[in-house]
Design a protein around this ligand. Structure first.
Ligand code: F6P
Ligand code: MG
Length: 441
């Protein structure tokens, strides 16, 4: 196999990786400190003296972390003993082994960006778990919830659309069903604009109805493999034998509006019989600000259920029922919050790889998943997606992602250069999106 190109890294001054480490990550840590401080009376003081001390300790660990990052200190091993600690520390050793002696230790601005950015979130988690009794506090919960509330109007529009669709779904012909599938795929794609990491933790919600903008947004889809998804799933549906199972796995990204778009898509997949089971994977720890944890997943469904809007609450009730009867399954696995890219999954987490092999299709939501699929490397824009996956082929898969990092493969010759000339920041603003498929056709 040809050696892949080098990693994106903050050592490239002026790159997006550099700007993220220099500006956005310290800003995210500052907001986390501020959040701990603001919740002092609400969460910590109720634990008495112990709670007050815990809050102080977490804040001082986070300030230390921010200082290490900003002064480009060496990356140090994790100290708290958790299920993933050894894997992290082994990976740190591996990063060390990649350097020559004259290069010194791996540090924040000299290591691969994917590694240090993941490490930052893992250290943030360590600061919280080292501070009992507040060790299950999610410093990003408030922003995730706010994103949901601020997107209320668009959520209502989307739920109303879904419920109207479900009433007539049995009467739709193939073409109409396909059109609806494509619409909800696009809603889920543009829902990925709403992550809170690109905005440095600032609010980033969906205030207008995406349903109404789909036509205007079409020119911004750079790779559009929606037809492949349709062929694959409609073939599954046609050839399915009674009582057999066709699973779609959705590797979730952000909570709030994006999660609702994913759940709407998941509902449609079952209602249209394009799949018979949906398995969702979320994160075990707070991650990249807005990523979905089990708490967020349950919270969003509960909010929907309790909402006094008829169609929104109908969605919530239906979704809770899917979970009860086991047609929707929420799972997690520590691999998703390790720094490894997905080509390492079969080695590092063979159980997860074997699980994913049961899928008829895996949907990877969001930018970070794309970076991990492609190894976060400086690929030429025309390199085939299959090649950039470097052996990660558990089942047919598709990345649904708005572009927020300087990595993109599988473009037509000249397209990347043309976009760069037109809009130098096209790779990082979230304005463009892709449906990029890999698998047998
Ligand atoms: O700052 C940008 C960034 O942190 C990228 O590193 C990351 O890929 C993205 O935000 C998170 O986006 P998403 O939620 O789509 O994975
Ligand atoms: Mg995210």
């Amino acid at each position: 196999m040809v050696e892949p190109p080098s990693f994106l890294s903050a050592k490239d001054v002026g790159s997006f990786a550099y700007l993220t480490m220099k500006d956005r990550t310290p800003q995210i840590l500052t907001r986390a400190i501020d959040t701990l401080h603001r919740h002092k009376s609400e969460f910590f003081e109720k634990h008495g003296e112990e709670g007050v001390e815990a809050e102080k300790k977490a804040i001082s660990l986070l300030s230390k972390l921010r200082n290490e990052l900003q002064t480009d200190k060496p990356v140090v091993p994790l100290v708290e003993d958790c299920a993933d600690t050894d894997l992290w520390n082994q990976h740190l050793q591996y990063q060390r082994s990649l350097l020559n002696e004259s290069d010194g230790q791996p540090s924040w601005f000299r290591s691969p960006w994917l590694f240090v950015e993941c490490y930052m979130y893992r250290r943030l988690h360590e600061a919280v778990i080292q501070s009992p009794p507040i060790n299950d506090f999610d410093v990003f919960k408030e922003s995730k919830d706010q994103n949901f509330f601020e997107s209320q109007e668009s959520i209502i529009a989307l739920c109303t659309h879904l419920q109207e669709l479900l009433r007539t779904i049995e009467d739709l012909d193939e073409n109409q069903l396909k059109n609806e599938f494509f619409k909800l795929l696009q809603v889920s794609l543009w829902g990925n604009k709403c992550d809170l990491s690109l905005s440095g933790g600032e609010s980033s919600s969906q205030k207008t109805s995406v349903m109404d903008s789909l036509e205007d947004l079409k020119p911004f889809i750079l790779v559009n493999d929606m037809e492949h998804l349709w062929s694959l799933l409609s073939k599954c549906k046609k050839t399915r034998e009674e009582a057999s199972v066709d699973r779609v796995y959705i590797i979730l990204d952000n909570s709030g509006f994006e999660l609702v778009t994913d759940l709407v898509l998941a509902d449609f997949l079952l209602s249209s019989k394009l799949a018979t089971e949906i398995h969702f994977y979320g994160k075990t720890i707070p991650w990249f600000v807005s990523d979905t944890t089990i708490r967020d997943f349950n919270w969003v469904i509960e909010q929907m259920k309790q909402c006094n809007h008829k169609w929104m609450s109908k969605c919530g009730v239906g979704w809770e029922n899917y979970i009860k009867v086991g047609r929707w399954v929420y799972r997690d696995h520590i691999f998703w919050t390790l720094p490894h890219d997905y080509s390492a999954m079969s080695q590092v987490a063979p159980d997860l790889y074997a699980e994913l092999q049961k899928a008829c299709l895996i949907l990877f939501k969001g930018d970070l998943n794309y970076r991990k699929l492609t190894g976060d490397r400086k690929w030429d824009f025309t390199v085939p997606f299959h090649q950039a996956l470097r052996g990660f082929h558990p089942a047919p898969l598709c990345s649904i992602r708005t572009l927020k990092a300087e990595v993109q493969v599988g473009l037509q010759p000249g397209r990347g250069e043309q976009l760069t000339a037109l809009e130098p920041n096209w790779l990082t603003t979230g304005k463009y999106g892709i449906f990029q498929f890999d698998g047998p056709l």
